[in-house]
Design a protein around this ligand. Structure first.
Ligand SMILES: [Mg+2]
Length: 171
């Protein structure tokens, strides 16, 4: 039961994942969740941190692709301002659309990692897709109302992962 929620790694946020670390584990593509992973769900435009991150990834030859359960209306304006490809309504925790995306974008699983702030959606879908993952903490306290239900599961799962020493820090 817990197994599908175990991330490969944990980091405080995506901004705390060293690029050198990603390179050391052969990552060339980061599939990243948007809300509460890159920015607050209220942020219509990328934060300065997100813009800097994108620049650093570009320099390192790592592509950032947003994979979100949120709508195209939410994701598209943000993603185009950040200058990244994106897939909205991806249907996490299921793996169907992620597998489809890997195929369509010709991505090799061995060079991809998923980053997200929820065990029950982001990490579960990575595991079901056979992808490595990094679980992050929420970057802001406030979640979108639709996420409140997921947190009822996410919180005890995180506690359990911590207690069992299953959160391996990046770096
Ligand atoms: Mg999220």
């Amino acid at each position: 039961m817990l197994k599908r929620y175990i991330p490969t790694y944990h980091a405080k946020s995506i901004y705390d994942v060293p690029i050198a670390f990603l390179k050391s584990i052969n990552v060339t593509t980061v599939l990243v969740d948007l809300d509460n992973t890159l920015d607050s769900y209220r942020s219509k435009s990328p934060s300065n941190s997100a813009l800097v991150l994108k620049e650093l990834y570009d320099e390192a030859g790592i592509e950032l692709i947003i994979v979100s359960n949120n709508t195209k209306k939410r994701v598209e304006p943000y993603a185009s301002k950040l200058g990244v490809r994106f897939i909205p309504s991806i249907g996490k925790p299921f793996s169907k659309n992620i597998k489809k995306a890997l195929k369509e974008l010709s991505l090799d699983k061995d060079n991809v990692i998923m980053v997200g702030d929820q065990t029950v959606t982001d990490i579960c879908s990575a595991n079901l897709s056979g992808l490595r993952s990094i679980l992050t903490d929420k970057i802001v306290k406030e979640d979108q109302p639709t996420t409140h239900f997921n947190r009822l599961f996410d919180r005890p799962i995180r506690r359990s992962l911590k207690r069992k020493n299953l959160l391996k820090e990046v770096g």
